[in-house]
Design a binder for this molecule. Structure first.
Ligand SMILES: [Zn+2]
Length: 162
């Protein structure tokens, strides 16, 4: 019997990640946010959260995936967060666990990130230190954002969802 080299776990994982990403890219390639029209950071939003099985559907078999997608619309990340904040389903939306951004040191913050930073701290869901680390910001900068000493023009109080 010729010896067939089997894939290592690492190779298998890389292959699986690439395949999953390909399904995702193909789905989003011709879509845009149904609220604002953006085509950045698109996500699926379950129109009725009660009917949601999972957001992580990209490695599912096609039939099961399409069934889940039929309960969804496409929103950009910011509109998706906004939707769940407004209807009080933010905490269980799974969006909390998402990363705040891809900022490196000294990167510019976006308005949506400033709102989200204030919201997460107001809800007691992330520490200022944790946010600083995640965004590559100085802890003092995050504190100034919370205390409204920076980005004061974004003055909407974060609403506290249930
Ligand atoms: Zn949008």
């Amino acid at each position: 019997m010729p010896r067939v080299r089997t894939k290592t776990q690492e190779e298998y994982n890389a292959y699986h990640r690439a395949w999953t990403q390909k399904q995702k890219d193909a789905f989003y390639s011709n879509k845009s946010c149904q609220v604002c029209g953006s085509d950045e950071r698109l996500e699926i939003d379950h129109i009725d959260p009660e009917k949601k099985i999972d957001n992580n559907i990209w490695n599912w078999a096609i039939e099961r995936r399409l069934e889940e997608l039929s309960k969804c619309r496409v929103l950009c990340h910011d509109c998706h967060v906004q939707r769940h904040v407004e209807d009080g389903t933010f905490k269980r939306s799974g969006l909390l666990h998402g990363r705040l951004g891809e900022n490196g040191p000294n990167a510019k913050l976006k308005e949506s990130q400033v709102r989200r930073i204030r919201l997460l701290v107001a809800l007691g869901l992330k520490s200022q230190r944790g946010i600083a680390k995640e965004l590559g910001l100085a802890p003092a900068t995050v504190n100034q954002i919370i205390k409204m000493k920076r980005w004061r023009h974004i003055s909407e109080d974060p609403e506290i969802p249930a």
